[in-house]
Ligand binder design. Structure first.
Ligand code: SF4
Length: 321
């Protein structure tokens, strides 16, 4: 995926950019985000706690499970309750950034934490890890299809690959279909993503194909919305080694009768090495691409499966499941 000179607008917890906005006046600069992804992402930073006027430094807050639901309260002063204020900040941010194609949130924050946040009981004892930061929760309610990830989880190569794939796909969707949908644009979009979706989730590959077949006979706006829901859910499944191998085997079908015996053997050996976790995905893909140059087929050439994100990121060089 090449965005040309354009950078993709992405929301981010401000402390991840190295801004000293944390409760203690510190920051949580994330080098991968600031030094690598900033080449492709145009960050839109928000610190919801500063935005609601808590100041720097400020007294810590935390999630408390109450009979009125999960609240964000002061640790030292439980009468301080900023739950609604943080949620309202998410409303403002979503309205102010209608073009964002992803969001990176700071983990372990009662405002920005997206997953498995620690909650306390009203008796001050830790209760569970079922919470979600108040800002993050509202953001994800308002923007349910937006790719969202916590910075801490991006150290996992599989989650990193999945999040970045979804951000680039969402951006591509906004460029190609979202605002002026036509049956032709929808068909063209899905024809580029078929093998990508197959690698992520085969049932979605089939159901999205059935949806796209309705283009021209259904209201295009309704179809666009249904397609996007299913498409983003499909990409939400991680492309496993098994899924990638399946997509590779289907692409290999286009080479039937075009390779000599040695080439066939070499390709089989490399695909098998990938399946057995001996080599990363980039290895069979490079060889397959090399052979597919023998086939003058624009449909194959435009598949996003070859590079759903910039090759320079090297995300497919990691030997992950
Ligand atoms: S985690 Fe969120 S609220 Fe906390 S400092 Fe970072 S941006 Fe601000």
């Amino acid at each position: 995926m090449d965005t040309g000179s354009q950078k993709i607008p992405v929301g981010i917890s401000e402390c991840l950019l190295g801004e000293p906005v944390r409760f203690d006046g510190g920051h949580k600069r994330n080098r991968f985000l600031t030094d690598v992804m900033s080449r492709y992402f145009d960050y839109r930073p928000v610190c919801p706690e500063v935005a609601i006027g808590l100041g720097i430094p400020r007294k810590p807050i935390r999630l408390v499970a109450t009979d009125k639901g999960t609240r964000v309260r002061g640790v030292a002063d439980p009468s301080l309750d900023v739950t609604e204020a943080l949620a309202a900040e998410a409303d403002k941010a979503v309205a102010a950034m209608p073009d964002i194609c992803g969001y990176v949130l700071m983990q372990n924050s009662p405002s920005c934490g997206a997953f498995r946040m620690k909650r306390y009981g009203e008796n001050d004892h830790p209760l569970d890890s079922e919470g979600q930061g108040a800002y993050a929760q509202r953001l994800m309610e308002l923007h349910p299809l937006l790719p969202v990830e916590e910075a801490g989880r991006l150290t996992d190569p599989g989650l990193r690959d999945n999040f970045i794939t979804r951000v680039f796909a969402y951006w591509d969707w906004n460029q190609s279909v979202a605002f002026e949908p036509t049956p032709a644009r929808l068909v063209d979009f899905y024809s580029r993503y078929k093998y990508q979706v197959m690698a992520h989730h085969v049932p979605s590959y089939k159901s999205l194909g059935r949806l796209v077949a309705q283009a021209g006979s259904r209201d295009i706006h309704e179809l666009r919305d249904e397609f996007l829901r299913e498409f983003m859910a499909a990409l939400g499944h991680r492309a496993t080694r098994k899924g990638n191998t399946n997509a590779i085997m289907h692409l290999r079908g286009y080479l039937r009768g075009l390779l000599d015996a040695d080439e066939q053997d070499e390709l089989s050996r490399v695909i098998e090495s990938y399946r057995l976790k001996e080599v990363p995905l980039v290895v069979p893909l490079t060889l397959l691409k090399h052979y597919l140059l023998k086939v003058d087929n624009p449909y194959l050439q435009k598949q996003t499966f070859w590079s759903p994100h910039p090759e320079k990121l090297g995300l497919r060089n990691a030997n992950v499941d």
